[in-house]
Design a protein around this ligand. Structure first.
Ligand SMILES: Nc1ncnc2c1ncn2[C@@H]1O[C@H](COP(=O)(O)OP(=O)(O)OP(=O)(O)O)[C@@H](O)[C@H]1O
Length: 259
């Protein structure tokens, strides 16, 4: 069970009737056959088909300091899209997102350099988040310990491309979690680690909340959401289906998914 709610009255994120539409160009024609390709070449100059994907539909909510908010919903329901919009990486088609400070989005695909060693990535990742060299030096060992990368040998001095996807995700999470964030958004990071790592991550999320930030967590693991989040937003087909205390929303969601 997540701890008692610890929010204060300062909002960190306000989403006001947010709509996000992706445009996929050239998606209309395209069976992949030679005739289709030829007809596309012949028709060049005509307007190409642009398909619209309306991924988030009129979502509104206010997030406060000290809240840990879970985002749940079926595959393709718009969770990652909504996080990217909050992080300012996708412009809303209509509606507005207001944030207090710069939210940090930690995705499983967060950009670290595959050809560089884990060690260099810890330093560069820390610098990219605005930490000083001194701070990074101070926290280096705890980042490596948190990630658990060196538990089975000296992997931190190997290039990141030699890591398994779980190891990479753990290191990314460890780097991002080393800093106190006003708004930290985590996309599925916990799903990739083993149970021991998940426990450490959940503990760190609780600490970040206590340090008065707001944490958003996208996860398909109802267990992780239950252990970490005080509040849950449930998206379905881009719409906000429910927003409320974790237990209440998960109860309805579990009825919906039949679990
Ligand atoms: N770059 C993109 N271009 C076009 N459509 C996209 C793009 N990214 C996502 N979509 C579409 O937007 C919708 C929402 O996708 P999104 O990744 O936000 O869902 P999600 O809830 O995070 O899904 P999952 O649980 O499977 O990770 C889906 O219909 C998806 O196909």
């Amino acid at each position: 069970m997540a701890e008692q709610e610890r929010r204060d009255d300062r909002p960190t994120v306000i989403a006001d009737d947010v709509h996000i539409v992706y445009r996929v160009s050239g998606a209309k024609s395209g069976k992949g056959s030679a005739t289709a390709a030829l007809s596309r070449i012949v028709k060049r100059g005509e307007a190409r088909g642009v398909r619209k994907v309306h991924a988030v539909r009129g979502v509104s909510f206010v997030a406060y300091r000290g809240e840990a908010i879970g985002l749940i919903g079926s595959n393709g329901s718009g969770k990652s899209t909504l996080l990217r919009a909050i992080a300012g990486l996708l412009p809303p088609e209509s509606g507005r997102v207001y944030t207090d400070g710069q939210p940090s989005l930690l995705g499983v695909n967060a950009a670290l350099m595959g050809d560089l060693t884990g060690e260099r990535n810890v330093i560069l990742g820390g610098l990219a988040m605005g930490m000083s060299r001194e701070e990074i030096k101070e926290r280096y060992q705890s980042i490596v310990d948190f990630s658990g990368i060196n538990e089975k040998g000296d992997f931190i001095s190997l290039p990141m491309r030699t890591y398994s996807s779980g190891m990479g995700a753990r290191l990314r999470f460890a780097i991002a979690a080393a800093k106190d964030h006003d708004v930290l958004m985590i996309d599925e990071a916990l799903a990739t680690g083993d149970r021991k790592f998940q426990r450490r991550s959940e503990e760190r999320i609780r600490e970040l909340r206590q340090e008065a930030g707001t944490v958003f967590l996208v996860s398909h693991s109802n267990g992780s959401i239950r252990d970490t989040c005080t509040r849950v937003l449930w998206l379905e087909r881009g719409e906000l289906r429910m927003d409320g205390p974790t237990d209440e929303v998960l109860k309805e969601y579990e009825k919906f998914t039949g679990k």
